[in-house]
Design a protein around this ligand. Structure first.
Ligand code: EPU
Length: 417
């Protein structure tokens, strides 16, 4: 397993290009199952999770042609409707093949994802919605078996706001007979990006970007071209890195209107932020001020940024608290940040951070993607050497992070093991 060695203390200066959004690309790749025509995608990030999803889709019979960050997919010869445990256990987003398969081919066998480092993360809302659309769904020996001659439009109100649940049911409804209403829908920009692709494919969707999606099912969908939106979490992660180390960095190929709540918190930390249509510049001249926040669904503060902001809070003078409301176990970075000298205590879903002003490098290990990112941020600001172990988590969701950080002056290198 590779690790990262970081010598902290360098200020960051220069430009970082932001990649396409992981959490938009993953459902969008699955949308290739909904049509027999070509789906041409640009701005697809180079990530382990994207590769895993492509492997799964190829096993099903989707053809994939890759050229840099461009991918052309064709679902004309799909013959296998099975998502095996071996793949789903490495990437929960594989559940996103369930609804497209049932909608177009009338059947699917998809492994239940099981638990995950950040929470139990059940998928019963995906199943409940698919049943409401008329599918017969059985759970046997760890697999979801779903069948439907033709899905039928219905009204769905999910018990909680679920991102991939909304995406799965939205894809199902595009090919269902009649009208489907999804209430309590997730409004994350990644859901909206998927909806925009589906509309280009011929889907009829109203209420895009709101919590009430109305879908008028069509007989078939056709090919389309689409440019994946910028990754707002990668953007926010680099903003946190600069807030922690100080410096002056322009993030290109991204935009500010998909991460307003996080940007407001970065400003509160004392950063000077300016932005244009496709760039965001951060200048940070002082030590960060600590910020309190509570994670919620979009447009609130994203759970996927909680760990990175907590790392910056450790460097502040003041005491802060952070409340995690989306996942029940998303504080796995706390013990590791404490190894770097942070003073964080947790009580239930609240973390209390006593700012310590400086961190000192140490070996650390991460258990999930965003936790790994928080340790990199802490390591960049810490005195001395930090080793971040188990970085396969980082490679799942960040496109060559150490290369991008080196280009702006960080002392960070990957050691192959
Ligand atoms: N939930 C249920 N039942 C369901 C579905 C969800 O109880 O059927 C619960 C979850 O356990 C969680 C909450 O509802 O407590 C919200 O979960 P959601 O379904 O929205 O999460 P997800 O769709 O599995 C996506 C992202 C996550 C991100 C969350 C929240 C993708 C591929 N993943 O997950 O991204 O944290 O939304 O915004 O889009 C990451 O990129 O690091 C990551 C974990």
């Amino acid at each position: 397993m590779d690790k990262l060695i970081i010598n902290g203390g360098n200020r960051l200066h220069g430009e970082i290009p932001i990649s396409g959004a992981k959490n938009a690309a993953l459902p969008i790749l699955c949308a290739s199952l909904l049509t027999a025509d070509d789906i041409e995608l640009t701005n697809v990030p180079h990530l382990k999770d994207v590769q895993t999803m492509l492997t799964l889709l190829q096993q099903m019979g989707v053809t994939v042609k890759k050229d840099g960050n461009k991918i052309v997919m064709n679902g004309n010869t799909v013959h296998n409707f099975n998502a095996p445990y071996e793949l789903v256990k490495t990437m929960r987003a594989a559940i996103l093949v369930l609804c497209p398969l049932v909608a177009r081919f009338g059947e699917a066998k998809v492994s239940l994802p099981g638990g995950c480092a950040i929470g139990s993360r059940p998928v019963e809302q995906h199943i409940k919605g698919l049943r409401a659309l008329g599918a017969e769904v059985e759970i046997k020996a760890g697999y979801i078996y779903a069948k439907a001659k033709k899905l039928k439009g219905t009204r769905i109100v999910t018990d909680m706001i679920t991102v991939t649940g909304t995406e799965n049911l939205l894809m199902a409804a595009t090919l269902a007979e009649g009208e489907t209403v999804i209430k309590n829908a997730a409004r994350e920009p990644e859901v909206t990006d998927l909806a925009h692709l589906l509309v280009k494919m011929g889907a009829k969707i109203e209420g895009i970007g709101t919590d009430r999606l109305v879908i008028h099912g069509v007989e078939r969908l056709h090919g389309a071209r689409h440019d994946v939106i910028p990754d707002r979490i990668e953007t926010g992660t680099f903003l946190c890195a600069v807030a922690a180390t100080g410096g002056d960095v322009t993030l290109t190929k991204t935009r500010d209107n998909i991460l307003e709540s996080a940007l407001n918190k970065i400003r509160e930390m004392g950063a000077d932020i300016s932005a244009g249509a496709d760039w965001i510049r951060i200048k940070m001249e002082k030590r960060p001020r600590g910020v309190n926040f509570r994670t919620t669904e979009y447009p609130g503060f994203p759970t996927d940024m909680q760990a990175q902001f907590m790392a910056v809070n450790c460097l502040a003078d003041e005491a802060t608290h952070v409340i995690e409301t989306i996942f029940e176990n998303r504080f796995m970075h706390v013990q590791e940040l404490n190894r770097l000298g942070a003073r964080i205590k947790t009580e239930g879903n609240t973390a209390f951070i006593s700012g310590v002003g400086k961190l000192v490098g140490a070996p650390v290990m991460a258990t999930d993607l965003r936790a790994s990112a928080s340790l990199v941020i802490a390591g960049l600001a810490a005195q001395g050497e930090t080793q971040v172990n188990r970085i396969y988590h980082l490679d799942r969701g960040y496109d060559r992070m150490e290369v991008k950080l080196t280009a702006v002056g960080a002392d960070i290198k990957r050691v192959k093991q």
